[in-house]
Design a protein around this ligand. Structure first.
Ligand SMILES: Cc1cc2nc3c(=O)[nH]c(=O)nc-3n(C[C@H](O)[C@H](O)[C@H](O)COP(=O)(O)O)c2cc1C
Length: 195
């Protein structure tokens, strides 16, 4: 059976990040046929169209190649001032080029947000979905994973709230189902034998 290769992207650079903790918890909970690599955003410079093209900065090249070679992406992001963090928007901007042929075009992307607030980063999630639409990604359409009151749900760098974890894992399953559909669509239909 073909493995599923997922790329995890946290919208927070903070060492003790809840979003990164959620991705790490998912990573550790996946079945053997699914692997998720976390892509660091630290070294990605601010988007500059003058530097964009066939030879972008090395960190950008690596990031885009990792998105491209993945079967699907899981983004988990905080909300900063009612929107997505600049680091995440910046990374999406790089990965959205060249337009109509970018690593994000047609890529299945599962979006999650969390926050210590009871709103769970839902406004950032709405923004993320719209931006990924602009990049022509295949944003997974399902009940949104919005983890509210996250500070009480993370312990020792892991998501310990069983309900949140199982809801997030169901969402990953939906992402895998979408990847499966895409794979099936790419397989040539069987033709009846002649004669
Ligand atoms: C600049 C800034 C703006 C923030 N704005 C919001 C906000 O609009 N809504 C919200 O729910 N939390 C907001 N927060 C709180 C973040 O949700 C909180 O710091 C969260 O833990 C960050 O995610 P992390 O743990 O993955 O780093 C903000 C935090 C910062 C640093």
């Amino acid at each position: 059976m073909n493995k599923f290769r997922l790329a995890g992207i946290s919208g927070s650079l903070r060492q003790g990040s809840s979003n990164t903790a959620i991705l790490r918890t998912l990573q550790a909970s996946l079945p053997p046929e699914v692997e998720m690599t976390l892509l660091p955003l630290e070294g990605i410079p601010l988007y500059n169209q003058d530097l964009d093209g066939p030879n972008p900065p090395e960190a950008v090249r690596e990031f885009k190649a990792a998105v491209e070679s993945s079967d699907g992406v899981v983004m988990c992001s905080p909300e900063y001032n009612f929107g997505m963090p600049g680091v995440l928007k910046n990374a999406i901007d790089w990965a959205s080029r060249p337009a109509f042929a970018s690593p994000l075009k047609g890529k299945p992307v599962l979006v999650m947000t969390c926050s210590p607030a009871f709103t769970g980063g839902v406004r950032a999630q709405a923004q993320l979905r719209e931006t990924l639409g602009g990049a022509l990604s295949r944003v997974i359409s399902r009940p949104q994973v919005v983890i509210a009151g996250v500070n009480a749900k993370i312990e020792g760098g892991r998501l310990t709230d069983p309900a949140s974890l199982s809801f997030a894992l169901e969402a990953v399953n939906d992402l895998l189902a979408e990847i499966g559909l895409l794979r099936a669509a790419r397989t040539p239909a069987m033709q009846p034998a002649e004669g």
